[in-house]
Structures are given as structure tokens and as C-alpha cells.
Design a protein around this ligand. Structure first.
Ligand SMILES: Nc1ncnc2c1ncn2[C@@H]1O[C@H](COP(=O)(O)OP(=O)(O)OP(=O)(O)O)[C@@H](O)[C@H]1O
Length: 223
């Protein structure tokens, strides 16, 4: 098995008025290269919390996340977030004073991507996602929600991160645009051998992923 990314006894709880509330309990899982994963479960079950732990945005209370044979906390969350993973948020988190291709070039600069012509590469990736040169150079705030989400995906692709974590990436989009985005994720995993993990409430999209996981009583289980 080609496991690049693993969860070991991952647990997370918080205190509420002196009471301990367990969100994730001893989660164990190995994610494989070249596969897409959906994480589903009712509101409040801990999906975003799990994504935050996997993304190195927050430290677990117990257990650890392993990437390429190393505990991400020991590797350093900042380096891990900078080089190894890409996060895609429901709210896109694009830099609003840069256009689409500048957002992508900026992400490549931050990740120290060695590429002789970053602008050309950015435009090429955007083009593959249906954002052509004219839109790529427009004020980013003037792009539609679906276009902005595709820019956020292009940014994740350009960064060469092996693991892509997306939190409700289709939440704000109509069905057809959401479907295009899911198709992009599938191609990214199957053609580029990346791991794509998507938190979604949409059962239809979840079913199109190679593996569907749900959080049940704090445990991560395959559906
Ligand atoms: N540090 C914290 N302090 C207080 N409450 C917290 C903390 N971390 C998580 N929670 C609570 O834990 C629960 C799980 O939150 P999380 O956002 O992970 O759920 P979710 O499954 O992503 O929900 P949704 O589908 O509604 O986005 C929520 O009730 C949230 O308010």
C-alpha cells in the first residue's frame, strides 16, 4: 500500500464549563496516493476540526498526523503548510488586490517553486480549469463564485502539494459548477497521483470519490 499520509490515534477535545467534550477519538487512517476521499457526517461531528488537524492549522490533543514518514508537528506546521499540503476553503481566501494569475504566482513564490516562467504556468493551469486569459487578468472580485473557487483550486495545483484538503469546496456553487470542480479533483488524484480529501455535505458528490469516510462518535470509519 502506498500510504503517504496517515492519522495515528488522532484525538481532539475541548473544555466547556469544566466539562470535557470529545470531538475526535483515536482516529486511525492511511490515505493512499492517487485517490479521492470524501469526509461526511452531520453538522458539528468534527469534519472541519479533522481537516484543521490534517492541515497543520491546529495541534491534536493526542496522537499525530504523519506525512511522508514524519510527524507533521515535528517537521513544523509552517513548513508542512508551506510545502506539503494545499488547503481549499469554502470562502476561497484569495488575495483580493491581485488578479487570478498573480494569486497563483504568489502561491508558487511562497512555496519556493522552481519554475522559469511562473506566469505562463499559472495561465496554463487556469486554462485547464476553464479560466481563460481574459478572466485570469480581471479584478478577482469581479469573478463569479465558481470562477474564484477554480482559481483557489489552480493555486493548490500550482503549489505541487501532494495532499489537497478542501472544506466544502462546492458549498456555494450551483450543481453544474460543483460537478466541474469535483471532476477536477478526480483528475488531479488519478492523473497526478495526489491525495484529495474533501469535506462535503453533498452525498451525490461524496459518492463520486474513491473512498467515503464518515465521522461517527468521534471515529473515522469507511462508509
Ligand atoms: N476549541 C473549541 N472550543 C469550543 N468548541 C469547539 C472547539 N473546537 C470545536 N468545537 C465544536 O466542536 C464541534 C465540531 O466542530 P466542526 O466545525 O469540526 O464540525 P463540522 O462537522 O465541520 O460541522 P459543520 O458541518 O456544521 O461545518 C462544534 O460543535 C464546534 O462548535
Amino acid at each position: 500500500m502506498d500510504a503517504l499520509f496517515q492519522l495515528h490515534h488522532l484525538s481532539y477535545h475541548y473544555q466547556d464549563g469544566g466539562l470535557r467534550v470529545d470531538i475526535l477519538k483515536d482516529c486511525e487512517y492511511s490515505f493512499e496516493k492517487g485517490k479521492t476521499y470524501a469526509i461526511i457526517g452531520p453538522s458539528g461531528c468534527g469534519k472541519t476540526t479533522l481537516l484543521s488537524l490534517m492541515g497543520g492549522l491546529e495541534a491534536p490533543c493526542d496522537g499525530y498526523v504523519e506525512y511522508d514518514g514524519e510527524n507533521i508537528e515535528k517537521k513544523g506546521f509552517n513548513n508542512y503548510r508551506r510545502y506539503d499540503i494545499a488547503l481549499i476553503f469554502q470562502s476561497y481566501n484569495l488575495i483580493n488586490y491581485m488578479n487570478a494569475y498573480q494569486n497563483i504566482v504568489c502561491a508558487m513564490d511562497i512555496a519556493h517553486i522552481k519554475e522559469p516562467n511562473k506566469k505562463e504556468r499559472a495561465l496554463k493551469i487556469l486554462g485547464r480549469l476553464g479560466i481563460h486569459e481574459q478572466e485570469a487578468k480581471r479584478d478577482i472580485r469581479k469573478l463569479s463564485g465558481g470562477q474564484q473557487q477554480r482559481v483557489a483550486i489552480a493555486r493548490a495545483i500550482a503549489k505541487n502539494a501532494q495532499v489537497i484538503l478542501a472544506d466544502e469546496p462546492t458549498g456555494n456553487l450551483d450543481y453544474a459548477t460543483g460537478q466541474t470542480i469535483i471532476q477536477n479533483f478526480i483528475e488531479l488524484a488519478h492523473q497526478d497521483q495526489r491525495i484529495v480529501i474533501v469535506v462535503t455535505h453533498d452525498q451525490g458528490f461524496a459518492r463520486q470519490m474513491d473512498v467515503c469516510l464518515k465521522i461517527e462518535d468521534g471515529k473515522l470509519v469507511e462508509v
